[in-house]
Design a protein around this ligand. Sequence first.
Ligand SMILES: CC[C@H](C(=O)O)C(=O)SCCNC(=O)CCNC(=O)[C@H](O)C(C)(C)COP(=O)(O)OP(=O)(O)OC[C@H]1O[C@@H](n2cnc3c(N)ncnc32)[C@H](O)[C@@H]1OP(=O)(O)O
Ligand SMILES: [Co+2]
Length: 149
Amino acid sequence: MKLGRLNHIGVATPSIADSIAHFRDVMGATDITEPFDLPEQGVKVCFVNTPTHGGMNGTQIELIEPYDASSPINGFLSKNPAGGQHHLCFEVEDIAAAREWFEGQGKRILGATRIGAHGTPIFFLHPKDMMGQLTEIMETPHSDTTGEH
Ligand SMILES: CC[C@H](C(=O)O)C(=O)SCCNC(=O)CCNC(=O)[C@H](O)C(C)(C)COP(=O)(O)OP(=O)(O)OC[C@H]1O[C@@H](n2cnc3c(N)ncnc32)[C@H](O)[C@@H]1OP(=O)(O)O
Ligand SMILES: [Co+2]
Protein backbone atom coordinates (compact mmCIF):
# COMPACT_ATOMS: atom_id res chain seq x y z
CA MET A 1 0.00 0.00 0.00
CA LYS A 2 1.39 3.45 -0.87
CA LEU A 3 0.04 6.58 0.83
CA GLY A 4 -2.07 8.51 -1.68
CA ARG A 5 -3.08 12.15 -1.94
CA LEU A 6 -5.09 13.70 0.88
CA ASN A 7 -8.24 14.36 -1.16
CA HIS A 8 -10.30 16.04 1.56
CA ILE A 9 -10.74 16.69 5.25
CA GLY A 10 -14.31 15.97 6.34
CA VAL A 11 -15.66 18.60 8.73
CA ALA A 12 -19.00 17.88 10.43
CA THR A 13 -21.23 20.85 11.12
CA PRO A 14 -24.70 21.42 12.55
CA SER A 15 -25.19 24.07 9.85
CA ILE A 16 -23.55 24.09 6.43
CA ALA A 17 -24.88 27.65 5.95
CA ASP A 18 -23.01 28.84 9.06
CA SER A 19 -19.86 26.98 8.02
CA ILE A 20 -19.97 28.52 4.52
CA ALA A 21 -20.25 31.99 6.08
CA HIS A 22 -17.29 31.17 8.35
CA PHE A 23 -15.04 29.92 5.55
CA ARG A 24 -16.07 32.81 3.25
CA ASP A 25 -16.08 35.73 5.69
CA VAL A 26 -13.52 34.68 8.31
CA MET A 27 -11.17 32.42 6.35
CA GLY A 28 -11.42 34.25 3.01
CA ALA A 29 -12.47 31.25 0.93
CA THR A 30 -13.41 32.24 -2.61
CA ASP A 31 -14.25 28.87 -4.15
CA ILE A 32 -17.14 27.14 -2.35
CA THR A 33 -19.53 24.77 -4.12
CA GLU A 34 -23.31 24.86 -3.76
CA PRO A 35 -24.44 22.44 -1.05
CA PHE A 36 -25.99 19.22 -2.33
CA ASP A 37 -27.76 16.30 -0.67
CA LEU A 38 -26.45 12.74 -0.52
CA PRO A 39 -29.47 11.07 1.12
CA GLU A 40 -28.03 7.59 0.55
CA GLN A 41 -25.03 8.67 2.64
CA GLY A 42 -27.17 10.55 5.18
CA VAL A 43 -25.48 13.92 4.65
CA LYS A 44 -25.76 17.29 2.98
CA VAL A 45 -22.36 18.13 1.48
CA CYS A 46 -20.50 21.23 0.33
CA PHE A 47 -16.84 21.61 -0.72
CA VAL A 48 -14.54 24.48 0.17
CA ASN A 49 -11.76 24.36 -2.44
CA THR A 50 -8.39 25.45 -1.06
CA PRO A 51 -5.82 27.04 -3.39
CA THR A 52 -3.99 24.82 -5.86
CA HIS A 53 -0.29 24.21 -5.37
CA GLY A 54 2.32 22.66 -7.62
CA GLY A 55 -0.26 22.39 -10.36
CA MET A 56 -2.39 20.13 -8.17
CA ASN A 57 -5.86 20.96 -6.85
CA GLY A 58 -5.70 21.88 -3.18
CA THR A 59 -7.08 19.55 -0.53
CA GLN A 60 -10.78 20.26 -0.09
CA ILE A 61 -12.65 20.90 3.11
CA GLU A 62 -15.74 18.69 2.85
CA LEU A 63 -18.49 20.23 4.97
CA ILE A 64 -21.06 17.62 6.04
CA GLU A 65 -24.37 18.23 7.82
CA PRO A 66 -26.78 15.47 8.88
CA TYR A 67 -29.37 14.84 6.17
CA ASP A 68 -31.83 13.21 8.56
CA ALA A 69 -32.21 11.47 11.95
CA SER A 70 -30.48 8.36 10.60
CA SER A 71 -27.32 10.21 9.49
CA PRO A 72 -24.07 8.43 10.49
CA ILE A 73 -22.71 11.74 11.81
CA ASN A 74 -25.46 12.42 14.37
CA GLY A 75 -23.50 10.53 17.05
CA PHE A 76 -20.40 12.60 16.37
CA LEU A 77 -22.37 15.87 16.55
CA SER A 78 -24.08 14.84 19.79
CA LYS A 79 -20.57 14.55 21.30
CA ASN A 80 -19.27 17.59 19.41
CA PRO A 81 -22.26 19.98 19.13
CA ALA A 82 -20.25 22.73 17.39
CA GLY A 83 -18.97 20.21 14.83
CA GLY A 84 -15.32 19.79 13.87
CA GLN A 85 -12.79 17.62 12.08
CA HIS A 86 -14.58 14.37 11.29
CA HIS A 87 -12.53 12.28 8.83
CA LEU A 88 -9.59 12.26 6.48
CA CYS A 89 -9.93 10.96 2.92
CA PHE A 90 -6.97 9.50 1.06
CA GLU A 91 -6.93 8.56 -2.63
CA VAL A 92 -5.95 5.14 -3.98
CA GLU A 93 -5.59 3.91 -7.57
CA ASP A 94 -7.54 0.67 -6.97
CA ILE A 95 -10.32 0.62 -4.35
CA ALA A 96 -10.71 -3.18 -4.44
CA ALA A 97 -6.98 -3.75 -3.85
CA ALA A 98 -7.06 -1.19 -1.04
CA ARG A 99 -10.05 -2.92 0.58
CA GLU A 100 -8.15 -6.23 0.45
CA TRP A 101 -5.06 -4.60 1.99
CA PHE A 102 -6.94 -3.14 4.98
CA GLU A 103 -8.91 -6.36 5.51
CA GLY A 104 -5.58 -8.16 5.57
CA GLN A 105 -4.38 -5.66 8.18
CA GLY A 106 -7.39 -6.59 10.34
CA LYS A 107 -8.95 -3.12 10.06
CA ARG A 108 -12.73 -2.93 10.31
CA ILE A 109 -14.31 -1.61 7.10
CA LEU A 110 -17.60 0.18 7.71
CA GLY A 111 -20.13 -1.17 5.22
CA ALA A 112 -19.94 -1.79 1.50
CA THR A 113 -17.79 0.06 -0.98
CA ARG A 114 -20.10 2.69 -2.44
CA ILE A 115 -20.07 5.81 -4.60
CA GLY A 116 -19.08 8.91 -2.64
CA ALA A 117 -19.48 12.65 -3.14
CA HIS A 118 -16.85 12.75 -5.91
CA GLY A 119 -18.62 10.06 -7.95
CA THR A 120 -15.96 7.42 -7.30
CA PRO A 121 -15.97 4.32 -5.05
CA ILE A 122 -15.19 4.87 -1.37
CA PHE A 123 -15.16 3.01 1.92
CA PHE A 124 -14.54 3.96 5.56
CA LEU A 125 -12.24 2.41 8.18
CA HIS A 126 -13.25 2.35 11.83
CA PRO A 127 -11.53 5.10 13.86
CA LYS A 128 -10.71 2.68 16.67
CA ASP A 129 -8.56 0.66 14.25
CA MET A 130 -6.96 3.76 12.69
CA MET A 131 -5.30 5.49 15.66
CA GLY A 132 -8.53 7.27 16.54
CA GLN A 133 -8.96 8.76 13.04
CA LEU A 134 -12.04 7.93 10.98
CA THR A 135 -10.44 7.28 7.60
CA GLU A 136 -12.10 7.34 4.19
CA ILE A 137 -10.44 5.66 1.21
CA MET A 138 -11.47 6.91 -2.20
CA GLU A 139 -10.55 5.79 -5.69
CA THR A 140 -8.74 8.60 -7.52
CA PRO A 141 -11.11 10.43 -9.91
CA HIS A 142 -10.07 9.96 -13.53
CA SER A 143 -11.08 12.14 -16.46
CA ASP A 144 -13.80 9.63 -17.39
CA THR A 145 -15.24 9.67 -13.82
CA THR A 146 -18.80 10.89 -13.68
CA GLY A 147 -18.17 12.77 -10.39
CA GLU A 148 -19.35 16.38 -10.29
CA HIS A 149 -17.03 17.62 -7.52
C1 LIG B 1 -19.73 9.38 1.60
C2 LIG B 1 -20.00 10.79 1.29
C3 LIG B 1 -18.89 11.71 1.72
C4 LIG B 1 -17.66 11.50 0.83
O1 LIG B 1 -16.57 11.99 1.18
O2 LIG B 1 -17.85 10.90 -0.26
C5 LIG B 1 -18.53 11.51 3.18
O3 LIG B 1 -17.41 11.48 3.62
S1 LIG B 1 -19.88 11.31 4.22
C6 LIG B 1 -19.18 11.15 5.86
C7 LIG B 1 -20.23 10.59 6.77
N1 LIG B 1 -20.29 9.15 6.68
C8 LIG B 1 -19.57 8.39 7.52
O4 LIG B 1 -18.88 8.88 8.40
C9 LIG B 1 -19.69 6.89 7.33
C10 LIG B 1 -18.75 6.14 8.27
N2 LIG B 1 -19.04 6.48 9.65
C11 LIG B 1 -19.74 5.62 10.48
O5 LIG B 1 -20.14 4.52 10.10
C12 LIG B 1 -19.99 6.11 11.89
O6 LIG B 1 -19.85 7.52 11.92
C13 LIG B 1 -19.02 5.50 12.95
C14 LIG B 1 -19.27 3.99 13.02
C15 LIG B 1 -17.57 5.79 12.61
C16 LIG B 1 -19.32 6.12 14.30
O7 LIG B 1 -20.71 6.06 14.49
P1 LIG B 1 -21.32 6.51 15.92
O8 LIG B 1 -20.66 7.77 16.38
O9 LIG B 1 -22.80 6.52 15.81
O10 LIG B 1 -20.91 5.25 16.78
P2 LIG B 1 -20.28 5.18 18.18
O11 LIG B 1 -20.80 6.27 19.05
O12 LIG B 1 -20.45 3.76 18.60
O13 LIG B 1 -18.72 5.47 17.91
C17 LIG B 1 -17.80 4.43 18.09
C18 LIG B 1 -16.55 5.09 18.63
O14 LIG B 1 -15.96 5.86 17.56
C19 LIG B 1 -15.84 7.21 17.99
N3 LIG B 1 -16.07 8.03 16.81
C20 LIG B 1 -17.23 8.26 16.17
N4 LIG B 1 -17.04 9.09 15.11
C21 LIG B 1 -15.72 9.38 15.10
C22 LIG B 1 -14.89 10.19 14.28
N5 LIG B 1 -15.41 10.88 13.23
N6 LIG B 1 -13.57 10.28 14.55
C23 LIG B 1 -13.04 9.60 15.60
N7 LIG B 1 -13.77 8.80 16.45
C24 LIG B 1 -15.10 8.72 16.18
C25 LIG B 1 -16.88 7.42 19.05
O15 LIG B 1 -16.51 8.50 19.87
C26 LIG B 1 -16.81 6.09 19.76
O16 LIG B 1 -15.68 6.07 20.58
P3 LIG B 1 -15.85 5.73 22.14
O17 LIG B 1 -14.47 5.88 22.72
O18 LIG B 1 -16.39 4.31 22.18
O19 LIG B 1 -16.84 6.74 22.66
CO1 LIG C 1 -15.60 12.34 2.92
